[in-house]
Design a protein around this ligand. Structure first.
Ligand code: AMP
Length: 285
């Protein structure tokens, strides 16, 4: 695996690969890699001739009050893990490399960026869309791998790629979970031991909801009630939202069907955690 920090160097390497007719898989991350990230790299490895993994803690997607300054990093460990999982080129640009000056040009995807995560984090998705657009422009024709843990993010990126005619195929990959069902996240390290225990209420609430759906319940309000009740039973958990929406356009759903996605966001101590599932399929444990 080669580590590259300059855009030009990465582009030269990618041009060479493409001239040899090699397909490219792109895995954008903010580092502090865990098995969720590695599952994307492995999937990209299995479907492409060459894999580019990027590590960049993108300041644009953090609001001023958020955790940019404390976001965990461990580049040595990440380098080892990214290589083990099958990365060929690891791109780790500095802030200066990515943004030569103030950022005057941004990308925003209307409507689907303003609900759910976007309601709590109004500048978040334009930060994500801008950096992902930049990576797509740098890398060029490729397949790009994203985790379903950030369900709304995938919908925003898919829409951006379609609207702006990127020659990038967006691939969604399943959520990888800890043994107790908690979705893996770099932010789980913010949790104290006790908070980590309480965090298992999140997957438990989704499992309980899915049981009810399996029994035939189709009213979103009933399912929301079950999830909220389970989450509220932990005093450590503050609910940000529990919502049932159409998985693609993210409009609120009253009656559950095969396209319904159940999304949850909570705060536990210093961590803001999200999770989701297809209403009919449930969690992949
Ligand atoms: P991040 O480093 O948090 O920006 O995540 C980089 C990519 O990894 C995104 O596409 C995430 O959706 C994905 N990802 C993060 N956690 C998981 C997980 N538990 N399972 C699958 N993909 C994940």
């Amino acid at each position: 695996m080669d580590i590259l920090t300059e855009t030009k160097h990465l582009q030269n390497r990618l041009d060479d690969l493409r001239n040899s007719q090699m397909s490219i898989g792109l895995v954008p991350t903010m580092g502090y890699l865990h098995d969720g990230h590695l599952s994307l790299i492995r999937k990209a490895r299995s479907e492409n001739d060459a894999v580019v993994t990027t590590i960049f803690v993108n300041p644009l997607q953090f609001a001023e009050t958020e955790d940019l300054d404390t976001y965990p990093t461990d580049i040595e460990r990440d380098t080892f893990l990214a290589s083990e999982a099958g990365t060929d080129l690891l791109f780790t640009p500095t802030n200066e490399e990515m943004f030569c000056d103030d950022v005057l040009t941004t990308v925003s995807v209307q409507e689907i960026s303003t609900v759910l995560e976007g309601a709590s984090r109004p500048t978040h998705f334009s930060g994500v869309a801008t950096i992902v657009a930049k990576l797509f422009n740098i890398v060029g024709v490729c397949s790009a791998y994203f985790g379903e843990k950030d369900w709304q993010q995938i919908q925003v990126i898919k829409r951006m790629a379609q609207d702006l005619s990127y020659r990038v195929e967006i691939k969604g990959c399943p959520i990888i979970r800890e043994k107790d069902g908690l979705a893996m996240s770099s932010r789980n390290v913010y949790l104290t031991k006790e908070q980590r225990k309480q965090a298992s209420h999140i997957p438990e609430s989704l499992l309980k909801a899915h049981e009810k759906i399996k029994d035939g319940e189709r009213q979103s309000s009933v399912i929301k009630g079950i999830i909220s009740e389970r989450l509220d039973s932990s005093s450590a958990i503050d609910i940000d939202y529990v919502e049932l929406v159409n998985g693609e356009n993210l409009s609120i759903t009253d009656q559950i069907d095969e396209e319904t996605r159940v999304l949850v966001a909570v705060r536990i101590g210093a961590a803001r955690l999200i999770d989701n599932m297809n209403a009919l399929e449930g969690l992949n444990l």
